[in-house]
Design a protein around this ligand. Structure first.
Ligand SMILES: [Zn+2]
Length: 300
C-alpha cells in the first residue's frame, strides 16, 4: 500500500505518490488565488491525478502546509500567503473532497522529517533542520517523531530573538532571526547600503566577487545563522544538523564558511554535531508530507 503526499505552497500545489521511499507520479498545479474551497478542490484533483498515474492502491493522504497549525482541530490558524485561510478546517474539507484520511504537518516540519528519514541526515537518531530562504523555518525530529509542541509552535526557529530592538519581523516582534538572516532581510540592507533595489542573486554575485559592502551584509547574515544553530544545538542536542534553503545553498562557499565559523565560535567547549547541507531540495516538502501519512498508517 502507498500514501499520497500533497505539498501546499503559496504559488503551487504538488502531489505525488510515495512508493518504497520514492515519489512517483508527481502532479503540479497552481494554487488558486481565491483560496478557500478552490484550494481544496485543486488539491483533491492533483491527488486524484497522481493516484491514477501511479496506478496503485492508496491508504491515506499526508498534507504539508504553511502554518501555524491547530493540530488538534485539523485547522490552519492563518497562512499569510494563501487567501482566506484563517482558522481554516483544511483536514476535514480535504477528507470530504477526497474520501481519504488526511494527516497534516507544518511544511518546515515535513521537510525536516524528509531530510531526517531520506535525505542528508538519513540514519541519524535525531536531526535539527534549518532552512534559510525568504523565511527561516525548521524543525527537530527524533526517531519517527517531529516536535510540534503543545500549541503547534514547536520548531518555529525563524522567530527566536537574536537582537532585541533589531529590525521588525513579519510576526510583529523585533530582532527575530527571520528579520536578520533571510533573502528579504539582506535585500533591505542592500537597499540601505547601495541606495538602490538589489535582489539576492545580484547581491550574492557581488559578494562572490569580493565587494566589501555586499560581503558585510552577507557575512553578517551568515553569522546570525551560525549563532542561532549553536543556540539551538544546545537546546536539542541533535546527532546531525541539516541546513538548507535558497540562501544557504546559493550564497556561496564563503557564506557557508562564515556560518561554520560562527557556529564553532559559539560551540566552543561543547560537543559539536556535524552540519550537512540539505539533499532533497524542493522535493523535501512533498516527501515529508507523504512520510507524515506513511508513519501514521505504519508504512514507513
Ligand atoms: Zn518573527
Amino acid at each position: 500500500m502507498s500514501v499520497v503526499g500533497i505539498d501546499l505552497g503559496g504559488t503551487k500545489i504538488m502531489a505525488g505518490v510515495l512508493c518504497e521511499g520514492v515519489i512517483k507520479a508527481r502532479v503540479t498545479v497552481p494554487t488558486p488565488e481565491e483560496g478557500g474551497q478552490a484550494v481544496i478542490e485543486a488539491m483533491a484533483q492533483a491527488a486524484r491525478a497522481a493516484i491514477e498515474a501511479a496506478g496503485v492502491v492508496v491508504q491515506a493522504i499526508g498534507l504539508g502546509t504553511p502554518g501555524p497549525l491547530d493540530f488538534k482541530r485539523g485547522r490552519i490558524k492563518f497562512a499569510p500567503n494563501i487567501a482566506n485561510f484563517t482558522d481554516f478546517p483544511i483536514v476535514e474539507l480535504l477528507e470530504q473532497a477526497t474520501g481519504y484520511k488526511v494527516y497534516m504537518e507544518n511544511d518546515a516540519n515535513a521537510a525536516a522529517l524528509a531530510e531526517h528519514k531520506l535525505g542528508a541526515a538519513q540514519g541519524a537518531e535525531s536531526t535539527l533542520y534549518m532552512t534559510v530562504s525568504t523565511g527561516v523555518g525548521g524543525g527537530f525530529v527524533w526517531g519517527n517523531k517531529v516536535l510540534r509542541g503543545v500549541n503547534g509552535q514547536g520548531g518555529e526557529i525563524g522567530h527566536i530573538t537574536m537582537q532585541p530592538g533589531g529590525p521588525l519581523c513579519g510576526c510583529g516582534l523585533d530582532g527575530c532571526l527571520e528579520a536578520l538572516a533571510t533573502g528579504p532581510a539582506m535585500e533591505r540592507m542592500a537597499l540601505a547600503s547601495f541606495k538602490r533595489e538589489m535582489g539576492t542573486r545580484e547581491l550574492f554575485a557581488l559578494f562572490q566577487q569580493g565587494d566589501p559592502r555586499a560581503s558585510r551584509i552577507v557575512l553578517q547574515a551568515a553569522s546570525w545563522v551560525g549563532i542561532a544553530l549553536a543556540s539551538l544545538v544546545k537546546c536539542y542536542d541533535p546527532e546531525v544538523v541539516v541546513l538548507g534553503g535558497g540562501v544557504a545553498l546559493n550564497a556561496g562557499p564563503a557564506y557557508l564558511d562564515e556560518v561554520m565559523r560562527s557556529y564553532h565560535r559559539y560551540m566552543e567547549n561543547w560537543i559539536i554535531p556535524p552540519v550537512h547541507l540539505a539533499k532533497l531540495g524542493s522535493e523535501a516538502g512533498l516527501l515529508g508530507a507523504a512520510l507524515t501519512a506513511a508513519l501514521e498508517v505504519g508504512e514507513a
